[in-house]
Write a new protein. Sequence first.
Length: 398
Amino acid sequence: MTITKNSLISKLAVLSISLLLMSGPVINPALPQIKESLNISQSQTELLSTIPNFAVIFFISISSFIANKIGIKKTIVGGLILAGIGGSLPLFITNYSAILLSRFLLGAGFGLFNSLAVSLISALYDGDTRASLLGIRNSTESIGQAILTVIAGLLLTLGWKFSFAIYLLAFPILFFFIMFVPDIKESSKHTQIEKGKKEKLPALVYFFVLFAIVLVMNSYAITVRFPSMAAEINGLGYNSSIFLAIMPILGIIAGFVFGFVNKVFGRKTVLVGIILNILVNLLIGFSNGNFTILLIGLFLSGVPNAFCFPYIYNSLGTITKSEKSLNLATSLILIGCNIGGFISPMAMQFIQFISGSNKLAAPFPIFTILLFALMIGIIVADRKKLKTKETTSNKIVS
């Protein structure tokens, strides 16, 4: 069979791998039952949701090297196999350490093809087609998270182990990908290791890495902690999957209206996102057993990152000096995102420890303090960027 990259089925196959990339937290509704069944602590339970992010941090940094050796397509195939095996292993095991290891393998698989999901599109397509597919790919991640969360919730009615069956989807996607995505005969500029003078990244890049860590840590904390808070209000057997499925849908809508919001608020769009995030944390932190307020906080939590991350990536394009430094900065942001996801349970446990509070909602008011600090940092950074532009303009005029 001749595979034509411009055919609709090939484009769908290229996009299909992104359906899995945000599926790590889809088993969150099962966490209260897992905790009860395995008799483990709250932080141990939540670590099952975020340990894949730890693996992603390492494997995303070596995926380009592996792709240079064996090719993009083979590296993605290996990642899908690893994700399918690691993700579905808890169907057959009940030991906490073994399940934790399987979740690490899931993250390793994701890490192998996370950045390559973007590189593959850039290697196969160009112009408007590439831009369109890259935009659709971002939405595909959130769509996948929403759909898989609903399916995992339905499987949860059969028992917590069955929620992990969702990762068996990796195998039909693997087959679809192998059949309809063409091999890339040459290494593209996106996977070549560039040689030459080492460039120093602007300090602002590292601030954005910190920004990404806090944003994702906060976002993961909400999705990880919500099932337990919902079960605390409505009873242990309460299935919160439908609400977790709605959250990314609102994020998708926010992504579509970002262009309009950005036209209205300009550079202040990121401040709108941070203020919304602060509101979300206050709603959840002070919900005080009120399920309606908790739900409002959860639903709104899908919106802030859709406003904040476009600001980050757009800023990287203006402060970096070359494609090489831009790629490095983007990789650092992506690693920062996964660090934030991984440390969120530990951050919540630490906050509860120093505050002396056993309340599940205790960490969220503290997150508002971090967000206020970030907002000040963003305002200062924005003023520095404006001064730099003014200085450059004055030099050109003179």
